[in-house]
Ligand binder design. Sequence first.
Ligand SMILES: [Zn+2]
Length: 203
Amino acid sequence: MDLDATDSAILHCLQDDGRASLRAIAKKIGVSVPTVSSRLKNLEQLGIVRGYRVLLDPDRLEATGVALVVKTKPRTADDVAQRLAARDWARRILLGRPGWILVDVSLAHREDLDLILAEVTSMPDVAGVQEYVGLRTLKDEPPILPRDRLRANVPCFECRGPILGEPVKARLDGRYHYFCCHTCERLYLEKYRRIRAAARKRT
Ligand SMILES: [Zn+2]
């Protein structure tokens, strides 16, 4: 679904500065502080904002960056990727064309690479591993938000189907709910009201 201009602007502000205050964001994009606060809480609940981390310079901390290209049988790539994802040293994993996995590795000690290569090579279904050791980091940015208006993968709260374009939004108990169409919105709201009414009757 398409995120609206306010949500997109908040994400762009935070991508520039993860410590920006709610007040600073509100001022920059021209909305109220409570709006930023509720929108941000909502983006967190949707799992679009996963957290706030510090950006470290790997060179200054003498960490070694390594890219691994792992080759598997096409049908086993997901399983292998899950196994790789469980390892602390794997910082980012991209599944490419069937059977190819790209793994960004960060090492505190260069010598650890041999152990990691041995470990990956001995994983079930791994057909081969190529490594590329970085000697210097020229650019290291978190995944970017490429467009002004962002799209998010959020299923309809009623039918769980995809939401194409602008969602139908309803705010219930301070939380946004998203729907693919007005029919789904109506069905959901009817259910929601029935449940609320039943809960009220019990108390
Ligand atoms: Zn729907």
